[in-house]
Design a binder for this molecule. Structure first.
Ligand code: NAI
Length: 344
């Protein structure tokens, strides 16, 4: 089986070569992202493997189908960059639903602690032998209220880390879990209540029509003064202009952003020698109370290994049996066809 692998980074290659090699799958690693201009690179392959910032819109799907590509294997959990309605009945779309909730949840907590204890400032100061503590006062997490939006795998892992710090949890989910609230320290609330009482808000829901700009001017208005916002989920959950306004007005005490709405133009690449074209991102990064990492939360050895293993398993299952539990849609919308592989 031959797979065209888009948006390749050096850290992807070892794990995919290992699992692919063990299972007779040959990956061709392209550095470029998949989009309408690059889709023809997939000619002659059986499937494409893509990541969060590849473009999988209707035009790309049409061309993949014309090229005889049978599957799009996402090597991530989120699939907001794929036009799923269009893909349905046309091409198989596979994903890695979970690879390490710990990687993302631990990164969220790392950003929070860095921010509120000013570790990013301290690191630079002491490198310069500046041992002054002025302006470094933080606050305890113990007894603070954290609002967690989205209580799936990552949200729950983050909640358990927060409980380790003795924090109280207000949770919101469109589909609340029956076994999460404990009647004491963790309880579900409506969004307005979560905004009103949370000292810290962490986003762990997927990006959808419902959640687009879930943090905007109106919701920030409802928040506590000094609220700390963490977004390790998807950039467009937050209206970046509104966040900037909230930071300038001192409503937002700090922001920890691993994702950004327009990240596909910049993240994962080195722009250190360039003029930053995105004024909002530049202004956010310039703020002393904003920490930005470039979609790094997933990047642990464990997660990389799990991503490669599951992606390879997904492809093998689909191509050998016509079915895969991690498939997001069926090419012909018919499970029987998929079982027999007829849909190829
Ligand atoms: P999950 O599917 O286990 O959990 C998502 C939760 O969000 C579910 O409980 C679901 O009911 C809830 N939800 C769905 N619609 C909602 C809505 N309208 N309002 C509130 N909650 C809603 O997903 P998981 O694994 O916890 O991942 C969460 C998100 O984290 C992913 O969608 C992805 O965007 C992001 N992610 C970010 C990574 C990074 O490197 N920064 C890596 C992996 C995932």
């Amino acid at each position: 089986m031959k797979i065209a692998f888009f948006d390749t980074k050096p850290y992807d290659i070892a794990s995919f070569e290992k699992y692919g090699g063990d299972n007779g799958i040959k990956f061709k690693f392209f550095e470029t992202k998949l989009n309408e201009d690059t889709v023809d690179l997939a000619h002659g392959y059986d499937a494409v493997c893509v990541f969060v910032n590849d473009t999988v819109n209707a035009a790309v799907i049409d061309r993949l189908c014309e090229l005889g590509i049978k599957a799009i294997a996402l090597r991530c959990a989120g699939f907001n960059n794929v036009d799923m309605k269009y893909a349905f009945n046309r091409i198989h779309v596979l994903r890695v639903p979970a690879y390490s909730p710990y990687a993302v949840a631990e990164h969220a907590m790392a950003m929070l602690l860095t921010s509120i204890r000013r570790i990013h400032k301290a690191y630079i100061r002491t490198k310069d032998f500046n041992f002054s503590l002025s302006g470094m006062t933080g606050f305890d997490l113990h007894d603070k209220t954290v609002g967690v939006i989205g209580t799936g795998r990552i949200g729950r892992t983050f909640i358990s880390i927060c409980r380790g710090f003795g924090m109280k949890v207000l949770a919101y989910d469109k589909f609340p879990a029956s076994d999460l609230a404990d009647g004491e320290n963790i309880r579900y609330a409506e969004l307005d209540e979560l905004f009103k009482y949370s000292d810290i808000i962490s986003l762990h829901c997927p990006l959808s029509e419902d959640t687009y700009h879930i943090i905007d001017e109106e919701s920030l208005e409802k928040c506590k003064r000094g609220v700390v916002l963490i977004n390790t989920s998807r950039g467009a959950l937050v209206d970046a202009e509104a966040l900037l306004g909230g930071i300038k007005s001192r409503k937002v005490g700090a922001a920890c952003l691993d994702v950004y709405e327009e990240e596909s133009d910049f993240f994962f690449e080195d722009y250190s020698g360039h003029i930053m074209e995105d004024d909002t991102l530049a202004r956010l990064i310039s703020m002393p109370n904003v920490i930005v990492t470039s979609h790094q939360a997933f990047l642990t050895e464990e997660a990389l290994s799990n991503i490669a293993e599951t992606t390879v398993e997904n492809l093998i299952q689909l191509f050998e049996t016509g079915q895969c539990p991690n498939e997001l849609c069926y090419r012909k919308g018919n499970a029987e066809d998929c079982k027999t592989g007829k849909c190829f």
